[in-house]
Ligand binder design. Sequence first.
Ligand SMILES: Nc1ncnc2c1ncn2[C@@H]1O[C@H](COP(=O)(O)OP(=O)(O)OP(=O)(O)O)[C@@H](O)[C@H]1O
Ligand SMILES: [Mg+2]
Length: 259
Amino acid sequence: MSALLNVSGLTRRFGGLTAVSDLSFAVAEREILGIIGPNGAGKTTAINLISGVIRPTSGEVTFDGQTVTAFPPHRLAARGLVRTFQSTTVYTDRTVWENTLRGAYHGLYPGFFPAVFGTAQARRRSVETERRVAELIEWLGLTAVADQRAGDLPYGYQKTLGMVITLAAEPRLVMLDEPVAGLSAEEADHVRDTVLRIRERGITVVVIDHNMRFMKGLCDRVLVMNQGRELAMGTPAEVLADPRVIEAYLGRGHAAHQH
Ligand SMILES: Nc1ncnc2c1ncn2[C@@H]1O[C@H](COP(=O)(O)OP(=O)(O)OP(=O)(O)O)[C@@H](O)[C@H]1O
Ligand SMILES: [Mg+2]
């Protein structure tokens, strides 16, 4: 089992607060690794560090055997490591199609294309990209709404669109921060199925969420964080039965089985 992503001794301090503290874990190719933990445990910060949104105080990140610590997000995306944000990154005044194209071009604004892709070779490449984007939209069942403004779609569709945008960048590993926050049980099941299909495409997944039902149905292994550190690591059943994990949630006024 070779690790695609390897995190070693990752630490980030904000003034006196250590948000992520000496965190180490590996994610195998095609694995779905979940990250759970009480509010403020450092989950989002960990993903921000890995994806280059913020720089670590110390520690190392390797991806596909190469050191990528503190690489900016666009360099990581070019290598196939991309992430979504806790709040949706959909441009609500743009169509589903335009949003997805933007993802395919690593966040460049669609109106930008003629200037950037002016050569014949570049135009051919953009035709190929459009074909790929259409295929992706179809694959996730959004063809019927491709020309609608993203902001007019139901929230569940917007979440799916967020994933289509991420996939359009042709990632090898995606990191999802709370993909089912605010969704109904039915919508969460749909997202779970979508993520499982994403893995079938050969893509590795790291996913944060507070919805335990969603995480149990999705993850191969779960990393539990508490106060910036690893508290437990194992299968969903193992970690959810771990007294230390239950204690960490109860200690903050949460129930481990809140969802
Ligand atoms: N830019 C920042 N500056 C200062 N403190 C920060 C910053 N980002 C995060 N923190 C702090 O770091 C800690 C970890 O925050 P983080 O957002 O990573 O938690 P989380 O596990 O994602 O929580 P949640 O489940 O609520 O999303 C918190 O105490 C938070 O207030
Ligand atoms: Mg968070």
